[in-house]
Write a protein that binds this ligand. Sequence first.
Ligand SMILES: *[C@@H]1O[C@H](CO)[C@@H](O)[C@H](O)[C@H]1NC(C)=O
Ligand SMILES: *[C@@H]1O[C@H](CO)[C@@H](O)[C@H](O)[C@H]1NC(C)=O
Length: 977
Amino acid sequence: MRDLTLLLLTLVALPAVFAVKSHDFKTCSQAGFCRRGRALAERAKENPSWKSPYSVDPSSVAIDSTTAAFTAGVKSSIYPEVKFGLDVRVHRDGVVRVRMDEIDGLRKRYDEAASWALVAEPEVSQDIQWTVAKDAVRAVYGDNKDIEVVVAYEPLRVTLLRNGKEQIVLNGEGLLHMEHFRTKEAVEQEKSGWALPEAPEEGLDLDDAQVVMQMNPRSWFEGAGDDALWEETFGSWTDSKPKGPESLSIDVNFPNHGHVYGIPQHATRLSLPTTSGEDAYYSDPYRLYNADVFEYLADSTMSLYGSIPVMHAHSADSTVAIFHAVGSETWIDVAHPKPSSTHTHWISESGIMDIFLMPGPTPADVFAQYARLTGTSALPAQWALGYHQCRWNYISSDDVRDVQTRFDEEDMPVDVFWLDIEYAEDHKYFIWDKKSFSDPVDMMHDVEEIQRKMVVIVDPHLKRTDSYPIYQQAKELDLLIKKKDGQEYEGWCWPGSSAWVDFFNPASWDWWKSLFKTVSDGDKWAWTESTENTYIWNDMNEPSIFNGPEISMPRDNIHYGGWEHRDVHNINGMLFHNMTTLAVMHRTDPPKRPFVLTRSFYAGSQRLSAMWTGDNLGTWEHMAVGVSMVLSLNVGGFSFSGSDVGGFFGNPEPEMLVRWYGVGAFSPFFRAHAHIDTKRREPYLLDEPYKSIVRDILRLRYSLLPVWYTAFREASVTGLPVVRPHYVVFPQDEGGFALDDQYFVGGSGLLVKPITSKDVTETTVYLPENEVYYDYFTGQTYRGAAKGKNVTVPAELHQIPLLIRGGSIIPTRERPRRSSPLMKYDPFTLRVALSTGGTARGELYLDEGETYAHREGQFIWREFEATTEGKKGKEIRVRSRNLAAQKPGEAVDGVALAAYDDKNDFARAMERVRVERIVLLGLAAKPKSVKAAGKDVDWEFKAGAAAASKAEGSASVLVVKDPHASITSDWDIIIQL
Ligand SMILES: *[C@@H]1O[C@H](CO)[C@@H](O)[C@H](O)[C@H]1NC(C)=O
Ligand SMILES: *[C@@H]1O[C@H](CO)[C@@H](O)[C@H](O)[C@H]1NC(C)=O
């Protein structure tokens, strides 16, 4: 939330008219380096004989004996005096890292982006044999020697191939351009020689690139103008650009991949629409420049709050990906010269080239490769997967208590109450406004009573006043970001005149961490008016600055180490939430799992925090795009994501609000939030039937918490996303590549299609395989087809299209409780959905949920299986096994499963937790008997119109009651038909 003037305008002008203030933000044509980069691409396209001027100097080629890296000098025929260095290395898992920097230049390019993003320095493969030839160097590797990386010398071109087929090509179009550092004087001196002839001379075809290049090579390549090299204005702001031009352009092509995904965050389709070429869908490239975009568009390439420069390229043959570790503003053009190939062009304002090529070849491989680079999502506290109730603002301690009471009176589960900026006196975070929050700790204790938590906001802007101890300390310790003249930077934000801590300064880290301690240590500041159940929301960390260029910080501001803000802008928000997360984690001893929600993020943010998609609007378009945005974030490695339920702005009508709860309940992060001038819309305020429908949706979320938690555990180990688009689950099924309105929850086999439009009573769901799918609620069956099939499913307001893929076992807990920790000893239900082959499988991961005891082996990890055995499939067995024991080679959070003891303290405490019900869908006939541990157990059978293996209809349902099965032990249930 931001922009006081607009806020006031919306307050008076009701109903609010939604309109992004597009003129606040640059288009490519308003950003000098993007304009130059696109113009370069234009010239290349128009000149058939275009050839990149960059080449490897063969005499400089060297192989480093310790890193097995291939290094070489690179030069540009346009600026023969400028030196560049190339470093290409292959990691142990086959990822290729390609770095290029200017050597001995006038200045140093920013080269630290990777150090913030990477979880560790990647291990380099020692098995790489580079073959050096006259015109190229190459290496063949991989278990089957099927991967090849080739660095061609002239022009410089890097190609990754698999089985001889091009996967990723760098500089194939010749758009590489690393603008070297130069002085203004040198450029001016040269300029005289730059002008092209006014009129073409007789017989000279100026379209002929060769001729122009010979006449004037620099203008041929860089363009004739002096386009915003030294100073740039936008609106009333001037960027002084003391370093001059230093942008980086590179084309990245996927000649055999027709879909690209990722590069969040943009409000767009998952399969990225084109921005250049014939019939481009968008006119501007995708922009990555973290920005607080007021009332953002639901279909646009504009930047939003965070940036992850990761792109997947996908075809039925393979999935590959790139990660470009760059922290400055970046624009990315996407084109499909053919439906089966993709060209992209990346233009960054500053920084070195540092591109990671991930060879795949499956989506799971790509996720694992990216996770080895930047880490996986941390396993969140279990309560964080419950429902979060937020509003700008709950106005007093009693208001919070009242909201809690109303939830309880209406039997609606909720885990967390949130406080936005108005809890803080004059927006001095940490300091309570005692007029309305006179007893904050008592209030928190009242919330903790139901084992609930609170989240309060701590933004990065510090009110510049001597009476604010946090600002005072930051100033005294010299931790604040500076202007280009070295003075403290002052900008305008919620508290008025504000300053910002420079989290790039290591001295800020321990200081910031100390602020969150709840117990005072001597006379030092401690946040005594908080508790260990107070968690944190970091907003406005793009950073958002009301009176700054593009509502952010001047690019010529100075950070630690002398770097300009432009160099680190996209990383800035991550450092802030990272430090907050570490602070929350370490305020107790032993540490507890932290929860910090961030709005701004970068590659690596997933290791520590959750994010949400910022200030969306209460419209159907925003609801729908929120789904594909969350999928895109999951592709970018950031699983713990969601959109504000209800939309931040506006007053959604009841139907819309109900549907939005359906979306939220199937997002990894599930929070309702609302702007200060919206009407109150807590779910208990709804009339019937809406209220009961939302209650059911909340309960559905809670009943499925075991599924979500198991999916988060898997994500935290493998890097596989918590919500999975079709191409991830069915990489060969072309019919699913563009789908972004239905998706799978982890590896559970749940397929959901939340409804995001008005007046819907039914919808189509795409089934990608010849398998039976069961309606989660009714057991109605649908049958897919090998090449994909659309089926129609009911979707009245009270219905969420939710299907179980045949072959899955879904563990749930179905006792309504007020908060998730209260479910700790609740029994389980297993929904066994038999495949056409009569089998099923599922997993359950459980631990204590808040501490790090799971890292010492305190957890339960079960596998459930159903198989059909005996003559003519007359016997069905359902069993539970310890999954950890089956994976001795694996590790969870660094703890080898080989050392796992299934009688650990946590498991023993859970022994009395039982499976109270098994619901078996798709049996071919009524059982003769159902036995557990050799004894008959109670059961009920409802015959279906069809067996699983047959056509569509209603499945048979067998309900086995209380089969005397503990959730922690091995058991077998035998069903005789
Ligand atoms: C977060 O901070 C820790 C401690 O300084 C550091 O090791 C880690 O790399 C940081 N991570 C990110 C994503 O900034
Ligand atoms: C399913 O429906 C979509 C949208 O109408 C359509 O594009 C697609 O071709 C259909 N797929 C099949 C297999 O019928």
